[in-house]
Design a protein around this ligand. Structure first.
Ligand SMILES: [Fe+2]
Length: 272
């Protein structure tokens, strides 16, 4: 069966989104086992989520079916918008001070470094985050499940990495939330991260998770990454040194940009 026929078979079946968690988990287990066998047989380990991943039902009609169109970044970068530290205020990395009152929930600090594939720091990198509140609710019209909106929490922030690639956000620990991928589907608690590079053609989007989440095994988005080591890389570490007395708990999460040895800021400096 071709990919398209396979996808259509799932999506056009009105029962598809009514799949049970047991079905979804069973499919995840089978795909992971097949992957494990392939790696044992010598296949290279995967590092990225699969775009064509049947348990992730709601992505079946909208995931890319063709290879990415590769453009020449050297040319495009000359004409594309770039982002710099002068555009971002340092207080934008604190998601708990955007309104008149304190948001409800567990105050946390999420900090780490952005590194390239060789472990070198990526400085002056724009990082944007967005997330649900402590009740698992987004400030978004499409999120209508019965959990309260917090008038003191919008759930978006941004920061620019320092000279050693370091970043730090102060925020509220998000809760899991339901979605309509299948019956009784719940996302593990997560924070969305976007890294821009120097222009739109380099944008990378990922999610950070919290250690020990009981929903990991059930989540087809997290499990669309078939490799355990690659999945583990998305989970922050509780860091008591980042935790501050009577203020906030701390989580450490480093972001490693693989696939290129290029350190964006070095090239930008060369160009100017
Ligand atoms: Fe989300």
């Amino acid at each position: 069966m071709s990919n398209e026929a396979f996808n259509n078979a799932h999506v056009l079946d009105p029962a598809a989104s009514q799949a049970t968690q047991e079905q979804i988990t069973g499919e995840i287990t089978d795909i992971h086992e097949a992957y494990r066998q392939e790696v044992l047989a010598g296949k290279k380990a995967e590092t990225q989520p699969r775009v064509d991943f049947a348990p992730y039902r709601s992505s079946l009609l909208r995931h890319p079916t063709k290879d990415l169109h590769h453009t020449d970044p050297e040319t495009i970068e000359l004409h594309s918008p770039a982002f710099g530290q002068r555009d971002v205020h340092v207080l934008e990395s604190d998601l708990t001070i955007q309104h008149n009152g304190e948001p409800i929930g567990e105050r946390i600090v999420v900090a780490g470094r952005v590194l390239d594939g060789d472990g070198r720091p990526v400085a002056n990198q724009l990082i944007e985050i967005w997330q649900a509140n402590a009740a698992g609710r987004y400030v978004h019209k499409r999120d209508q499940h019965p959990a309260p909106i917090d008038p003191n929490f919008t759930g978006v922030g941004r920061a620019i990495t320092g000279p050693n690639g370091e970043y730090s956000f102060t925020t509220i620990k998000p809760a899991p939330y339901p979605w309509k991928n299948h019956h009784n589907a719940w996302r593990p608690a997560h924070i969305h991260f976007s890294l821009f590079g120097t222009d739109f053609t380099q944008r990378m989007i990922t999610q950070m998770y919290f250690p020990g989440d009981p929903l990991f095994a059930l989540d087809p988005i997290y499990q669309a990454i078939t490799d355990q080591k690659a999945r583990d890389a998305l989970v922050a570490t509780y860091d008591h040194n980042l935790t501050s007395h009577e203020w906030a708990t701390g989580y450490n999460w480093d972001i490693v940009l693989t696939g290129s040895n290029r350190t964006w800021m070095e090239n930008e400096e060369e160009e100017h």
